[in-house]
Design a protein around this ligand. Structure first.
Ligand SMILES: C[S@@+](CC[C@H](N)C(=O)[O-])C[C@H]1O[C@@H](n2cnc3c(N)ncnc32)[C@H](O)[C@@H]1O
Length: 838
């Protein structure tokens, strides 16, 4: 680093130039700016006292930074040119007159901040200069103690000298926070540093000796060295800027190791000495020789003792432990480390004695205990929340709520909430009420015995927050489940861990539009879930009319709809007709009676359909599949559900699963291996008391990566390709509809032909020609009306409905398309240009 010159042109550094540029009277302005930037004492100050203020750059900074209408008083031996918004006067800050003048200006006000940048006239011996400065600091501190408000700040310049520590000690007696710093604008060559003292304690009475230079610099000239800091932070080496202590000229200090064992202040020895020696003195020392022979005095200990200055924290701890052991062996009383007066720095050092260690252990155990209690309380609260929910659902009477025990509504019990949840009714019931419920739930909890057990309010608060967080997370998952089918599937899979996952089909979770509609409209709480119906034999939520909510996989509403007279004796295919007729009103309208007749004929014709007609018809997708086995037109998810052999058909959809299947099939792995693999670090993870949101998040990443083989990946790819090759459900349905319509038309023609054939008044020729006509009209394709192109101009410009015709009196009939003539022209022009370019 380049050495900064304080004389000649070296003075004119960047801060000097900057000060000139900014109009500050001295480069010192930047010191205050930088100090204030770090500690921010000026912004909120209303009254500032600037001691030793000439030429006044600090006052300028204050006037700029402090709120308008603040009081700034500057005093110096030298005259200060007037500064707007600043009161200045000439005086010696060490005098009573100066004190009185300040009092006169401040009246009853107190200063929020006292600044001191005083420097005595230098030029005499350095020691004398620095002492004067320290004395000046003490004088400024004296003024500060008189004028500062409680909690106020005192910022002073000090020189690093022998008296520096004494000054710091005094500051610490009067302020809560004392920090020394050197702003960048302060020259490196200068011995000045700045001490920022915050939080003035404003004691009622201050011992005059505390502010008396004589007693301060005499009494505190040799403050207790911070040996703990030296030992525990050996990496931070303190420079001896003030030189060596009086009479302390030896750099390498050695002490017999037994003294380290015997001393009551081992830290002091470790901090002050360079070596713990095992060398015997001339006359011999029994204690030292015993220590030398002890097995506890290992080679490592000897190496550590040989040079204390190179040791780290770990080695110092080792030595202290060794000392304790030896003391125990030799029968020394195990006292606390030092009888010496404890300075405030000593108090900061961590406990090292065994006793303190025990205390720490106790504290830790206590914390563990309270954490356990907290967990238990949380679990109880959760249980209680569930109980209240059950009560709201009229599943329990208030007296049934056993908060403390599982009882008949406990976790493993038959009325477990999970089974209710399987009907998805719970979600609907709880939706939107969770927050209220949680709030309501927390209050009685606090009033109840459980809450009053704990006297730690913060714990309760934490519990409450955790519960709120949990309920918010639940709401979030519900919302997500509503919008995201994949997430719904995942959730279902997680909740039914003990069951084989067979995918979510449209009918199960209301994915199909029809089912969703039914569910929405439905007033009952049942769900059309075939699998779930098996799992939940007797759903707890029932309708008041007592009829079972589900039968043959249909919701109650769907069942009641299909149980109307009109559906009796009608085979499954009629559902398709219904749907088709909705889209093709023309066909559905005609020949209603006849169609019904035909239907019954058809029903008689196919025994399979007959069978189907006994049972209530199933939703469209399923029915189509049953009636057309050879066709791919059904919902393929459903077809894969049941294998022909009756065994569960497990669909392998991931490369990992396929790899596993390959391995099992080829004998590379066995069932036993798989079970064995199940016992891993994740299997017995303690999840008790861990919030759901945490577990969910963790689950995203904390899962084993199973190997995948190329063959398995290819097999899955092939499988997916096959799936993709199949027509999608809507296309399949459209095809089926078309087929059905054709069949219907054919039936109609047949009937008409039969009628014609039975007509008595017609000759055979006439009959034949009219049947031929009928057939040709049926075979004729309907011609589609051509689309009308309408200019979006004139009256049709910007209209939203059907445009008007050429003569404006008529609306355009049939299909139409609005065109923008300008755009058309432009597009043509573009085409022309691009052609030309080519
Ligand atoms: C470094 S200058 C202060 C610069 C000032 N902070 C500024 O920003 O312009 C130090 C000042 O302390 C003043 N001083 C020294 N002893 C003093 C005393 N006993 N009473 C008042 N002022 C004193 C000097 O006159 C000198 O102007």
């Amino acid at each position: 680093m380049a050495i900064q010159k304080k004389h000649g042109k070296g003075r004119l550094d960047k801060w000097y130039k900057l000060a000139k540029e900014k109009g500050y009277r001295a480069r010192a302005a930047f010191k205050l700016i930088q100090l204030n930037k770090k500690y921010g004492f000026l912004e909120n100050s209303k009254v500032v006292l600037d001691l030793c203020a000439a030429p006044g750059s600090w006052c300028q900074v204050c006037a700029e930074t402090m709120p308008t209408n603040s009081i700034i008083i500057g005093v110096d031996l030298a005259p200060i040119k007037p500064i707007p918004k600043v009161i200045t006067f000439q005086s010696d800050i060490t005098t009573e007159k100066c004190r009185a003048t300040i009092r006169g200006h401040l009246k009853t006000w107190k200063a929020d901040c006292v600044l001191h940048d005083g420097a005595p006239n230098v030029g005499t011996a350095w020691v004398q200069d620095s002492f004067n400065q320290a004395e000046l600091v003490l004088h400024s501190l004296k003024l500060a103690t008189e004028f500062l408000i409680e909690g106020g700040a005192f910022v002073t310049k000090v020189f690093r000298s022998k008296d520096y520590n004494s000054l710091l000690w005094v500051f610490k007696q009067l302020f809560n926070k004392v920090e020394a710093t050197k702003p960048p604008s302060s020259r490196n060559v200068s011995a000045e540093i700045f001490v920022v003292c915050r939080g003035f304690k404003a004691p009622k009475r201050i011992d005059p000796r505390l502010l008396d230079p004589k007693s301060v610099f005499e009494d505190l000239a040799d403050p207790t060295p911070n040996n703990e800091a030296r030992v525990y932070n050996p990496e931070i080496k303190k420079r001896r800027r003030e030189g060596y202590e009086e009479g302390d000229y030896i750099q390498f200090k050695e002490i017999p190791a037994n003294e380290f064992i015997q001393t009551t202040d081992p830290i002091a020895i470790l901090g002050q000495y360079n070596k713990l020696s095992f060398d015997q003195p001339k006359n011999g020392d029994v204690a030292l020789s015993v220590l030398d022979k002890l097995p506890e005095t290992t080679d490592e200990i000897r190496i550590c003792c040989s040079d204390l200055k190179v040791l780290g924290r770990k080695e110092f701890k080792l030595l202290l432990k060794w000392r304790l052991k030896v003391r125990e062996i030799l029968g020394f009383p195990s006292t606390k480390k030092s009888a010496a007066p404890i300075s405030e720095e000593v108090a900061e050092i961590g406990p090292m004695d065994e006793e303190l260690q025990v205390q720490e252990d106790l504290q830790r155990l206590k914390e563990q205990e309270s954490a356990k209690k907290k967990r238990e309380r949380r679990r109880e609260n959760e249980k209680k929340q569930k109980d209240i929910m059950r009560m709201q659902m009229s599943m329990t009477a208030p007296m049934d709520i056993g908060m403390e025990q599982d009882g008949p509504i406990g976790r493993g019990a038959m009325f477990r909430l999970k089974s209710v949840d399987k009907t998805a009714a719970l979600n609907r019931l709880a939706k939107g009420k969770m927050a209220v419920l949680t709030e309501a739930e927390t209050r009685p909890d606090q009033d109840s015995g459980i809450g009053s057990e704990s006297d730690e309010e913060s714990d309760e608060e934490e519990d409450r927050l955790e519960r709120e967080l949990d309920s918010m997370y639940e709401q979030y998952t519900e919302r997500k489940a509503e919008n995201d089918a994949k997430y719904r599937a995942k959730k279902a899979r997680k909740e039914h861990l003990d069951e084989d996952w067979e995918g979510v089909s449209a009918s199960e979770h209301g994915d199909s539009d029809d089912d969703e509609k039914l569910e929405e409209d439905s007033s009952d709480d049942s769900d059309d879930d075939d699998d779930e119906a098996g799992a939940v034999d007797k759903p707890l939520l029932r309708d008041l009319d007592g009829t079972p909510s589900e039968a043959n996989g249909l919701s109650k509403r769907a069942r009641s709809f299909f149980s109307q007279d009109i559906f009796k004796e009608i085979p499954v295919l009629e559902d398709l007709e219904e749907e088709a007729s909705e889209e093709d009103g023309e066909e559905a309208e005609s020949d209603g009676e006849q169609t019904n007749h035909d239907r019954s004929v058809k029903a008689k014709a196919t025994p399979k359909d007959k069978e189907a007609s006994k049972a209530p018809p199933k939703p469209v997708a399923f029915a189509t599949e049953e009636s057309e086995d050879s066709d791919d037109s059904g919902d393929w998810e459903e077809t894969e559900k049941k294998s022909k052999s009756g065994k569960p058909d497990i669909d392998i959809i991931t490369a990992e699963a396929m790899t596993l299947a390959h391995q099992l099939a080829s004998g590379q792995t066995s069932k036993h291996d798989l079970i064995d693999d199940g016992f891993n670090k994740r299997a017995f993870k303690d999840r008790d008391g861990v919030p759901d949101w945490f577990l969910d998040d963790e689950h995203k990443h904390d899962r084993p990566h199973k190997p995948i083989t190329k063959a398995a990946a290819d097999a899955i790819k092939e499988k997916l390709r096959a799936y993709n090759a199949r027509p999608i459900k809507k296309v399949a349905e459209a095809r089926a509809r078309k087929k059905f319509k054709q069949a219907q038309r054919l039936e109609k023609i047949k009937k008409k032909a039969d009628l014609l054939a039975g007509e008595e008044g017609m000759s055979e020729k006439e009959k034949a020609s009219s049947i031929a006509k009928l057939m040709s009209s049926a075979a004729r394709k309907k011609t589609r009306q051509p689309m009308k192109v309408v200019k979006a101009a004139g009256l049709n410009r910007g209209i939203s409905g059907r445009p008007k015709g050429v003569f404006f009196y008529f609306l355009v009939k049939g299909r139409y398309k609005m065109v923008d003539p300008r755009m058309k022209k432009e597009m043509r022009a573009m085409k022309r240009i691009s052609k030309k370019k080519r």
